[in-house]
Design a protein around this ligand. Structure first.
Ligand SMILES: Cc1cc2nc3c(=O)[nH]c(=O)nc-3n(C[C@H](O)[C@H](O)[C@H](O)COP(=O)(O)OP(=O)(O)OC[C@H]3O[C@@H](n4cnc5c(N)ncnc54)[C@H](O)[C@@H]3O)c2cc1C
Ligand code: SF4
Length: 496
């Protein structure tokens, strides 16, 4: 008999295709203590527990015996299993999060069992792909890892050259939808009885957690995940690339796939998502298809290797030595900054915001305010339905906060209001003016941005990608600089 431990982010049914139900027993543990480790968004907990409960039923429908332990701790779950089936050897796919395999191994051994860690089949790249890319390097760039993966998979390739003659089409992908543009209707997944029970369970046991449960619309089964994938490919992929950086107040998701929760829980594998998208080659613009493949084959895989390479030191990284705690409005949405208030409200309601909202609104502001990187990292881990340490830490500490000093990004992602004004319609309804830098009506992003450039100017001197910004700052006259820095100082003292 084979004993398989399935973790909450390993809900992959395909893996069971080759296993005989009569020879396989499955252990799943729903631990309350794990859910309380940080005040995770209530939608995240409903998503996770409902998906686990549906997975349990799906395995049973295939004839597998599932021991589903609803316990306070993981230890109690293992103990109950061993009590029933003896001190057996459990198998688990390599957990995505750092140190978890070792913690589980220790726990199981203490209880008299054994744990064998097997390869995680949900990733597209292997440790040796990374080793080949990373050999001899001390700084890393997604683009070159991605090119290696394109060559390995032969996806979007013509011999050893990229189809279309370019590896990426970013320059075509920075558009803003015209006024009156009609977006595809959002997908609706009405919660079934299991999900409704789970909503009540979460309200009961995690009442003080972040977020709202008034509307829950996440996929919790494989069928729903396949449906969401299909609908994305049919209705959104074609314009995914063009509008991937845009933000529209009334359209939270634009042409984004919303597949990250399903991917991160294992309901869909990265490979099947990419292969399904590649079926659309020739039917959708190459810039969109390549852009989407790059997010998964490139960024998603790259971030996971970055995480594995730099953990555990990565957790404490703080290049600028920032100490400011996170302002309350990240939790309450109570701020006059319209782009921030709208994005936080969207996250309270759904646990999701798209990449540019995360990077150029919330991450950008935290960096300009000098927030302690661990504080904003914690917030991102709590606030999103798709948040798991392996993907949050590199995206937040590395990409968004530059807290690692640029091990895999060439410059910090900071901007004034100009970027948000260009890429969104938020500024039209804001009390602040995106074009002003000083005065009561000035958008806080502007003076904070120049303050950031000025304060860290010594660091930028050796970074060619920051030289234009530095030169623009240097050009301003002393009086103007002083006014801008005073404005920023006031904002920083009062946290806006
Ligand atoms: C500060 C910050 C925090 C983030 N936190 C998370 C997080 O907690 N969980 C998470 O899955 N992603 C995170 N991301 C990456 C990205 O923003 C989300 O994956 C994306 O917004 C999810 O929405 P979507 O499925 O509609 O993505 P799409 O825009 O449709 O992209 C398709 C897929 O590409 C993958 N992807 C794209 N960019 C990244 C990336 N940078 N890292 C990893 N995968 C990527 C995701 O799996 C995503 O589902 C973060 C990015 C930033 C800048
Ligand atoms: S003016 Fe500034 S704060 Fe207001 S929406 Fe625009 S960028 Fe955001």
């Amino acid at each position: 008999m084979q004993h398989i431990l399935v973790l909450g982010d390993q809900l992959n049914l395909e893996r069971f295709d080759t296993l005989a139900p009569s020879q396989t027993r499955v252990l799943m543990i729903e631990s309350l203590a794990r859910g309380r480790l940080v005040p995770y968004h209530k939608q995240k907990l409903v998503l996770l527990y409902s998906a686990m409960r549906h997975f349990w039923l799906a395995l049973e429908a295939r004839g597998f015996e599932v021991f589903y332990a609803q316990t306070d701790t993981f230890e109690q779950g293992f103990a109950a299993y061993f009590e029933q089936f003896g001190n057996v050897k459990l198998e688990v796919m390599q957990p995505a999060e750092f140190g978890v395999a070792e913690q589980l191994e220790q726990l199981v051994q203490q209880l008299g069992g054994q744990l064998e860690v097997t390869e995680n089949s949900l990733w597209l790249s292997t440790q040796s792909d990374w080793a080949r890319y990373a050999k001899g390097k001390n700084s890393y760039r997604m683009e070159f890892f991605y090119r290696q993966m394109r060559q390995k998979t032969n996806w979007l390739m013509d011999g050893n050259q990229p189809i279309g003659g370019q590896w990426n089409f970013d320059s075509e992908n920075r558009q803003v939808p015209p006024k009156g543009h009609v977006f595809p209707a959002p997908l609706v997944f009405v919660p079934d009885e299991i999900t409704q029970e789970t909503i009540q369970f979460v309200e009961q046991h995690f009442a003080d957690h972040f977020g709202d449960l008034a509307v829950f619309n996440w996929v919790v089964t494989r069928e729903q995940a396949l449906n969401a994938l299909q609908r994305f490919l049919e209705h959104r992929l074609a314009l995914f690339g063009a509008y991937e950086d845009a933000m529209v107040e009334s359209e939270a998701h634009l042409y984004h796939s919303l597949l990250s929760p399903a991917l991160n829980l294992g309901l869909l594998s990265a490979k099947e998502v990419c292969l399904a998208a590649l079926e659309y080659q020739g039917r959708v613009p190459l810039a969109s298809l390549e852009g989407f493949i790059r997010q998964i084959l490139g960024w998603r895989e790259f971030m996971r290797h970055i995480y594995n390479t730099f953990m555990p030191e990565f957790r404490e990284t703080n290049y600028f030595g920032f100490t400011t705690e996170l302002p309350d409005f990240y939790w309450t949405a109570k701020t006059k900054m319209h782009c921030v208030a709208k994005t936080v409200t969207q996250i309270q309601d759904s646990g999701h915001a798209h990449h540019i909202q995360r990077l150029m609104v919330l991450g950008n502001l935290a960096l300009l305010l000098g927030v302690r990187p661990q504080a904003i990292n914690h917030w991102f881990l709590v606030a999103f339905v798709d948040a798991f340490d392996w993907v949050v830490s590199p995206n937040v500490l590395g990409m968004s906060q530059y807290a690692d000093g640029g091990r895999f990004t060439s410059k910090p992602y900071v901007s004034g209001a100009g970027y948000i004004n260009r890429m969104s319609n938020y500024c039209l309804s804001c009390v602040y003016n995106p074009k002003l830098t000083v005065g009561d009506k000035a958008c806080p992003f502007n003076s904070l941005y120049w303050h950031f450039i000025d304060k860290h100017s010594e660091r930028w001197k050796s970074n060619p990608r920051m030289s234009l910004m530095l030169a623009n700052w240097a050009k301003r006259d002393a009086n103007e600089k002083q006014q801008i820095l005073e404005q920023a100082k006031k904002l920083l003292e009062n946290l806006l």
